[in-house]
Ligand binder design. Structure first.
Ligand code: MTE
Length: 304
């Protein structure tokens, strides 16, 4: 991964609420005129989670046009342009491995696994940029409980769709596809581990990992695998994409840690998209009070 921060034009910092409110107004006007009962906007119903940060949210425009999704190109602006070819319906998520009953879930069923909530989380990329995102989704633990893993399941492995027809730039990604990730079982069951189906009140834009992506806010962003098609419960630590690509630079745990530099750059600071200046990176991305216990007694320099 490169760590170049590209210049963000002023247009990228227009709050989404400004044009969303306009869109909602127009939709309501149309619906009223047609005498229709159709909901005004395609928004999702959700409750606000107390686990959210009150920090300033990164504008929608920046979150959805500055992305890493190598299946759609390696430039930050590529996914927003190219991910239109991703078909997110019909979509199924396979749940397999060491479980009582393997499942094949339709995405509309996945949306109903648990009440949707909004979680505003910090997201810190290993490349030293960060954003604050109002995700919509549900705790990963709800899906794990539904899957009923057997007691020998120690890890959860995730896999992204890889369809070269929909992702023709995948062959130029320079990483092995399909993209794969994994968590230890206790990490997956942690209340902060989240499956997102939306952001800013609506379904996920394709470039952000529609229709279902993982969000693990205390880990570097590459753990937050997009467009999930398979979730497998396993006994051994599963392979992960960036660790396969370069095991000296990317470990399995990938907890945000300002004390452990990337071999090619410092992790002490980060740049919030839209901000001019860097600010200090927090250990576990500021979620240490909640998650540090998961790593008690572990050498986080070795287990990076
Ligand atoms: N998932 C897939 N399938 N492919 C990717 O290239 N990039 C990762 C992660 N998930 C990636 C992925 C990286 S490096 C980051 S920082 C985040 O997605 C970026 O998420 P965002 O584009 O929604 O900010």
């Amino acid at each position: 991964m490169s760590h170049t921060i590209k210049y963000l034009p002023y247009s990228m910092v227009t709050p989404r609420s400004v044009y969303l409110s306009r869109r909602r107004f127009l939709a309501t006007a149309i619906a009223t005129r047609a005498g229709s009962q159709v909901a005004a906007a395609a928004g999702l119903n959700f409750v606000k989670s107390p686990l959210s940060t009150s920090e300033k949210q990164t504008p929608y425009q920046a979150i959805t046009t500055y992305n890493n999704y190598y299946e759609f190109g390696t430039d930050k602006s590529d996914p927003a342009k190219n991910a239109k070819t991703l078909r997110t319906r019909p979509w199924t998520v396979a749940i397999e491995g060491t479980v009582e009953q393997p499942l094949m879930l339709d995405i509309d069923t996945v949306f109903k696994i648990a009440p949707l909530e909004e979680r505003v989380y910090r997201h810190r990329c290993v490349e030293a940029w960060s954003i604050v995102v109002p995700w919509i989704g549900f705790p990963l633990s709800a899906l794990v409980n539904l899957a009923k893993p057997r007691s020998n399941a120690k890890y959860v492995a995730f896999q992204t769709l890889y369809d070269p027809k929909q992702m023709p730039l995948g062959k130029k990604a320079g990483i092995q596809l399909p993209y794969v990730e994994g968590l230890r079982m206790d990490e997956a069951m942690h209340p902060l581990a989240f499956l997102a189906v939306g952001l800013y009140g609506d379904v996920l834009p394709n470039q952000n990992g529609a229709p279902l992506r993982l969000v693990v806010p205390w880990k570097y962003g590459f753990k937050s695998i997009k467009s999930i098609v398979k979730i497998r419960f396993v006994e051994k630590q599963p392979p992960t994409t960036w660790n396969i690509a370069n095991s000296n630079e990317y470990g399995f745990y990938s907890n945000v840690n300002p004390e452990v530099d990337h071999p090619r750059w410092s992790q002490a600071k980060e740049r919030r998209l839209g901000d001019l200046f860097m600010h200090p990176t927090q250990k576990f991305n500021g979620y240490g009070d909640q998650v540090a216990r998961l790593y008690a007694g572990m050498d986080l320099k070795k287990n990076f």
